[in-house]
Design a protein around this ligand. Sequence first.
Ligand SMILES: NC(=O)c1ccc[n+]([C@@H]2O[C@H](COP(=O)([O-])OP(=O)(O)OC[C@H]3O[C@@H](n4cnc5c(N)ncnc54)[C@H](O)[C@@H]3O)[C@@H](O)[C@H]2O)c1
Length: 445
Amino acid sequence: MNRERRQFLHKSSKWIASTALMGNLPQILRNRHQGIAPSDQVNVGLIGCNNRGFHVLINHLKVDGVNCLALCDVDQNVLDRRAKELQEDHDQEVATYTDFRTLLERQDIDAVIIGTPDHWHCLPTVLACEAGKDVYVEKPLANSIEECNVMVEATRYYKRIVQVGQQQRSSEVWKGVMDYIKSGEIGAVQKVDIWANFNYGLGPKKVPNGQPPAGVDWEMFLGPASDHSFNPSRYHGSWRFFWDYGGGLMTDWGVHLLDMALWAKDLDKPAGKVLAYGSQMNLPDRARETHDTMTAVFSYDDYIIQWEHNAGKQVGPYDQLYGVAFIGELGTLVADRGKWQVFPEYDNASKAFKTEKVEPVKGQNGHQAHPADFIESIRSGKKPACPIEIGRAVAVSAHLANIAARTGSYHLVWDDDKNKISNHRKANDMVKPQYRKPWSFPKVG
Ligand SMILES: NC(=O)c1ccc[n+]([C@@H]2O[C@H](COP(=O)([O-])OP(=O)(O)OC[C@H]3O[C@@H](n4cnc5c(N)ncnc54)[C@H](O)[C@@H]3O)[C@@H](O)[C@H]2O)c1
C-alpha cells in the first residue's frame, strides 16, 4: 500500500467513522468498512482473471477489509463473466480494463494480484512496484532467469511487499513437514526425491491456427513473446506447454515442490549444478513444446534434489501421483499437499526401528492462508511467507533444468553471484529473453 495514503487514511479514519459521511457511502462499502478502520482497508486489482487469478482474488476477499476495485484481462468475455460474478456473489462493484497499465494508474489501488500466464508476470510486477503497489504474483516468478532478477531488483528498489504465489509456504501440512524435519526426527536429510505425474502435462490435442475469438486481444496476450497466429492450444490454460509463455510441468509444479526441498534446508539460492534430460515420448498428436518426460538433478554442495515427471502416467512412488520424499538417515518423510507420513529405517543389529513411524498427518493446503498472509504483510510490514528471493531461487532452478534439457547441454554450472551459466555459452543465451517490440525489457530506477 502507498505509505502516504495509509498515513492519510490513519488520520482520516476517526473522522470517517464519526461523521455523516458514513451515511453517504454506498451500502456495500459501508458494510465492508464496519469494524475495519479505513487505514486497514486494502483495495486490490486483479490482472489476469480466467482461472487462478480469480480464485486467489476470492481468497483475498475473505480477509476482512479487502475490497476489489478493478479487473484487467485481454479477454473481454473473461472480464464480463468475472465482473458479474463479483457483483452477484461477492458484493464487489469493479471497473474493467484490457490494459494493465491503465489499472496501475489508479491511485486508490493499493495492491495487485497477477494471475496472467508466466511470460506476463515480469512487466506488470515491475511496473506495479514502480507505481507504489504491493504485489501478489503467481508462480513461477517469471518465464526466464533474467526476468526473475529484475523483479527482485524492483521489489527492493521500490521497497514493496511482493508475495509469490507458492501457497505451500502458508500450508499447515508443509509447516508440519518442516517442523518435523528440523526437529531431527528423521536424522540428516541429504537427498530429496520429487515426482509429478500429471495427465494434463500431455497438453491439448493439436488444432489448426485460426482467428482469435471476438473480444480477445491476441496481440496483447502475446505481448513481449514472439509473434504467432492465434491457436486455441496456446491460449487459456494450455499456454503453459509452449516455451514462449511457460515451462511445462518443470516450472508449473516444479517450483511448488522444489520449494519444499529448499525450505527443508532454508536455502534461498538456486542450485549451483543442474543436470537434466527431457523428451517427448507420449502422443505426438498433442500440441506441446515442453517435455512430457523429464528427469533433473539439482545439486548443492551436500544436498541433492531429484525431480522427475512422467506426464500421462498416474502411478508414482508410495502410490502417490505426485509427492516429495525427504530421505533422512533414520527414516523417509513423504508428503503431498494433503498429508505427510514417516517410514522409519530398520536397524538389523538392534532389531528396532531407528525412528518412529508416523501415520498420515492431514491439514489445510495454504490456498486461503497465503493471501491472508500477504494482506497481513501489507498491514504490518512483515516479510511475506514467500518472499521474492524464494520465488526466484526455485524459478531459476527450474528454468536451468529446462535450459539444460532444451539445449542438449544436459549439465549446467550456475554462478549465482555473476548471474551466469559458466560452462555453456549457448545455454547462457537463454538466461535473458528477447522482448518483441514495442515491449522492452524493464529497467529499474
Ligand atoms: N499457485 C498455484 O497453485 C497455481 C495454480 C494454477 C495456476 N497458477 C499460475 O497462475 C497463472 C495463471 O494461470 P491460469 O491457469 O489461471 O491461466 P489462464 O490461462 O486460465 O488465465 C490467465 C488469464 O490471463 C489473461 N491474460 C493474458 N495476458 C494478459 C495481459 N497481458 N493482461 C491481462 N490479462 C492477461 C488471459 O486472458 C487469461 O484470462 C500462471 O502463472 C500459473 O502458473 C498457479
